[in-house]
Design a protein around this ligand. Structure first.
Ligand code: HEM
Length: 326
């Protein structure tokens, strides 16, 4: 399958990007006033930590690209979240998110902050390797049906069924012990320099620490994350998976898992969350940040329809939740 989309497909993508943006804005405005300032998706923060992201020294020349061109350590801000659009109990199975912001990365980013300021360099990851739907139209239809309470009809309608979406959604919904101990993936692809494409993954390299937290409360995931980091530093390999076969590893279909045997993940950096007890002020400051996959150097441009849609949607929805015009 070619990565090129026809003009008609691109026009359709634009149409569905606008519809999706409006749907998410409506969802935000329909919330109780107390939840309107929270994110449209991933509204429930589990924990907000400070960390350090170190580009590995001695990377081979073929991996020395953009952010990874020079060894360096960047201060990081980390927001763990539940993906669900509704703030609900952590006991509900689901996808967990991790947004990473690196501070003071030199170079102009693809999107700046609304005031033109430097947003840092962000990596936005989820606890599952693939999306349930391939493209923006699919994301819109799934979100619309979930919001309207017509999901079952959408999944199983005999005239236009989407059983694959249901199966992929079910496979992605987990009930983990602790968000700090999960592996995370970018789900969607990114440029890696001029002519290569990668997906990202963050793989834990440290063991569980501290007492096990019972899954018996609505907020056990945040408790487990803070307990872990109170007792021990958590470490991770930040990896890239370089696309090796365009036919089997499409840019435009986010339901396709790029086979790790054909394209192995290789480490390019190390993330460390040092032992800490975050104050409410620290967590509020992390919560107040804006994250976007487009807060990135041009060498790491997000690619594929889902990422193209996210360029304006994250910007617009964060403006709306923060009560700003634009
Ligand atoms: C068309 C597809 C998508 C749409 C429309 C979408 C939309 C959004 C929106 C509106 C937010 C809240 C932004 C804000 O208020 O600051 C958000 C947050 C988030 N999204 Fe997506 N998203 C999409 C795909 C993805 C994918 C592929 C991932 C994969 C990792 C992802 C992971 C996250 C995470 C982790 C957050 C929380 C970021 C934070 O902590 O601030 N999303 N998304």
């Amino acid at each position: 399958m070619s990565d090129e989309l026809s003009a008609a497909k691109l026009a359709e993508e634009q149409e569905y990007t606008e519809k999706l943006e409006q749907l998410l804005i409506l969802g935000l405005r329909a919330r109780p006033a107390t939840d309107r300032k929270k994110r449209a998706l991933h509204p429930k923060a589990l924990a907000g930590f400070h960390g350090a992201f170190t580009v590995l020294p001695d990377l081979p020349d073929n991996l020395k690209v953009g952010l990874f061109a020079r060894p360096a350590t960047y201060e990081a801000r980390l927001r763990f979240s539940n993906a669900s659009a509704i703030v609900e109990s952590d006991q509900k199975k689901g996808i967990r998110g991790l947004a990473i912001k690196l501070l003071d990365v030199p170079g102009t980013k693809l999107n700046t902050l609304p005031d033109g300021g430097d947003p840092g360099h962000d990596f936005i990851l989820n606890s599952h390797p693939i999306m349930p739907i391939p493209d923006v139209k699919g994301f819109y239809e799934m979100t619309l049906n979930l919001a309207k309470g017509t999901a079952l009809r959408y999944f199983l309608n005999p005239f236009d069924p989407h059983p694959g979406v249901l199966l992929r959604l079910l496979a992605s919904a987990k009930s983990p012990d602790c968000p700090v101990e999960l592996r995370y993936w970018s789900m969607t692809p990114y440029r890696f320099g001029n002519d290569r494409f990668v997906k990202y993954s963050l793989v834990p390299t440290s063991a569980h620490a501290g007492p096990r937290i019972e899954k018996s409360t609505a907020d056990y995931l945040g408790t487990a994350a803070r307990s872990h980091i109170k007792h021990a530093t958590a470490t991770y390999d930040f990896m890239v998976q370089i696309r090796s076969d365009p036919r089997r590893m499409p840019l435009e279909n986010a339901t396709v898992d790029w086979d790790e045997h054909r394209a192995p993940f290789v480490p390019v950096a190390r993330l460390e969350i040092p032992k800490q007890e975050p104050t409410p002020e620290q967590e509020a400051a992390v919560e107040a940040l804006r994250f976007s996959p487009w807060h990135a150097l041009p060498e790491h441009e997000p690619v594929g329809g889902i990422n193209r849609a996210r360029r304006r949607i994250y910007e617009k929805l964060s403006q709306v939740r923060l009560g700003k015009k634009g």
